[in-house]
Design a protein around this ligand. Structure first.
Ligand SMILES: [Zn+2]
Length: 269
């Protein structure tokens, strides 16, 4: 089965892949992955992410400052993100948002960085990739305050309740599912899958993190996005082919990725 897939969130520039990055990318392509959005979440990782996009046609980039590093926000860092976002393979600002689980940055600093980068995304006309960990109320309140529906974006590694599905959809956002939807103890998340409109669903790995069952706890990689598609298909009562095609179409619309008939060096062939 080789229906096309898009991994909408990965960190393949991570040192965890230094020994075998070429093999990881080859396995992704063999599994049908046509595009990967690699997320550069601080100034150093933005550099390694852009270098990867230049070496690998199927890799695109998101650039931003992760909420756990929000204390690093400065005019210089914001200027570096703005400059990086001019790169032709940058398709989003992210990952940005709020993380109340890892307490490495104050809530005030996180809110400041989130607002500043929502403004930047609006200025640049790029969608946002939202990181939300234990911060549902504040994330949705800030998105509404920023009129984020006009910016567009995706809830990365979606978690929450049916009300949060509705809140994201009301904003016109996409919802991205990854490894956790395959976990045996993820019944609440699995029960929400049929509630996600099929034109709002995208899939991801978050590699090297969040490996799906049966690889849970091990290094994740983009080829495993197929396991996410299979789990979503079962839960949504659709075929894997259907989920692959529609999630790929959604990802292309969300990130304005080139269509399959674009020149081969743009990767979506
Ligand atoms: Zn991530």
């Amino acid at each position: 089965m080789s229906a096309p897939l898009v991994d909408t969130h990965a960190h393949l520039d991570d040192p965890a892949f230094d020994a075998d990055r070429a093999e990881v990318l080859a396995r992704a392509k063999a599994a049908g992955v046509r595009a990967i959005v690699n997320v550069g979440y601080n100034p150093e990782r933005i550099r390694t992410t852009l270098a990867l996009t230049e070496a690998e046609p199927i890799v695109y980039a998101a650039v931003g400052l992760h909420p756990t590093e929000a204390e690093r926000l400065s005019p210089d860092v914001l200027a570096a993100i703005r400059e990086a976002a001019r790169h032709p393979k940058v398709v989003a600002i992210g990952e940005i948002g709020l993380d109340y689980h890892h307490q490495t940055a104050s809530r005030e600093a996180q809110v400041r960085a989130f607002r500043a980068q929502l403004d930047l995304a609006r200025e640049l006309g790029l969608p946002v990739i939202i990181h939300n960990r234990d911060a549902h109320d504040d994330v949705y309140a800030l998105l509404r305050e920023a009129d984020a529906g006009a910016i567009g974006g995706v809830m990365h590694a979606f978690s929450g309740s049916e009300a949060h599905v509705e809140a994201a959809v009301a904003l016109g956002f996409y919802l991205s599912l990854g490894g956790p939807v395959t976990f045996k103890n993820a019944r609440a998340l699995q029960a929400l899958v049929p509630r996600i409109p099929l034109d709002r669903l995208v899939i991801e790995t978050d590699a090297p993190y969040l490996a799906p069952h049966p690889y849970r706890g091990r290094r994740n990689e983009s080829a495993h996005v197929r396991l996410v598609a299979e789990a979503v298909a079962r839960l949504a009562g659709r075929s894997v082919e259907e989920i692959a095609h529609l999630s790929t179409d959604n990802a292309k619309r969300l990130f304005r990725l080139p269509s399959p008939d674009a020149p081969p060096d743009h990767g979506m062939g």
